[in-house]
Ligand binder design. Sequence first.
Ligand SMILES: NC(=O)c1ccc[n+]([C@@H]2O[C@H](COP(=O)([O-])OP(=O)(O)OC[C@H]3O[C@@H](n4cnc5c(N)ncnc54)[C@H](OP(=O)(O)O)[C@@H]3O)[C@@H](O)[C@H]2O)c1
Length: 287
Amino acid sequence: MKVLITEKKGQLGKDLMKSAPKGIELFPFGRDELDITSETAISEQLNEIQPEYIINTAAFTAVDKAEKETEQAIAVNSTGAGNLALAAREHSAKFLQVSTDFVFDGNQTTPYLPDAPINPLSIYGKTKANGEILVRKHFAAGSIILRTSWVYSTTGRNFVKTMLNFMRERQEIKVVIDQVGSPTWSKNLALTIWAMVTNNVHVGIYHWSDAGVASWYDFAVAIYEEATTLGLLSNPVKISPIPTAQFQTPAKRPAYSVLDSSQTNKIWGVLQEHWRTALRKMLIEQK
Ligand SMILES: NC(=O)c1ccc[n+]([C@@H]2O[C@H](COP(=O)([O-])OP(=O)(O)OC[C@H]3O[C@@H](n4cnc5c(N)ncnc54)[C@H](OP(=O)(O)O)[C@@H]3O)[C@@H](O)[C@H]2O)c1
């Protein structure tokens, strides 16, 4: 099966490329080769390749920056996703759009099911939510929207790598304790996406993250403990919990954004790994 991937330089894009199963002919593109905001670029590549499946991992993911660079966030996360879905329909390809837990407002206290009402708090969340709406408008019959959360990998910008850098440079760090979600290793997410693509039985909105929940503070403590055990850190660091009110950011984030992955697990037979186990494996790879 010919699978086109946007964008090969992102965290998820890289892990999708590394874990592609047998029988998949990969066509991964960088932003410089396929800018998803350009209908012409999309049309040229799709005419040339005639993919049977398109996976869109390309996104404007800088959550705080999106508050100021709103036009660019809309162009990539909303218009770009819509462009790809429309082009997929026109080329009779199936489509998978990766979306986010940040489409929710965080007022729930139990895991969000895929049909829970969305109410994004930030520009990033709003642009991703509008991307979902456009994908469904243009190609509901052939698209999967897969929401995930708190993605990290050995490459790219992410919380784990930021914390490791802080922990090497500082004696004390303060981390938010009243935002709760599920950290997700992009390698595990990539395997789930391949299960969905190769067993293309359903369309619609689905959720998937690694198992378990954590606050950013819990996640930071786990990073410190696991990295110290593996010899990636050697100096003592005091990690203190703080409320969101003491860590103001341009973008508002949901206080609770745990996703219920049970439908995805059931349909595609995916086994969820606890986030701490996944973190340990990622750090071993990082080493
Ligand atoms: N990271 C998370 O915590 C998280 C959580 C939930 C959901 N998600 C979703 O998961 C997906 C993958 O995220 P990720 O963590 O792999 O993100 P990432 O590492 O930031 O990768 C996104 C890639 O998209 C590229 N891109 C930006 N604008 C583009 C355009 N116009 N055309 C083509 N490519 C473009 C970026 O390039 P530049 O670097 O040059 O901008 C970057 O390489 C995204 O849909 C994201 O919204 C992520």
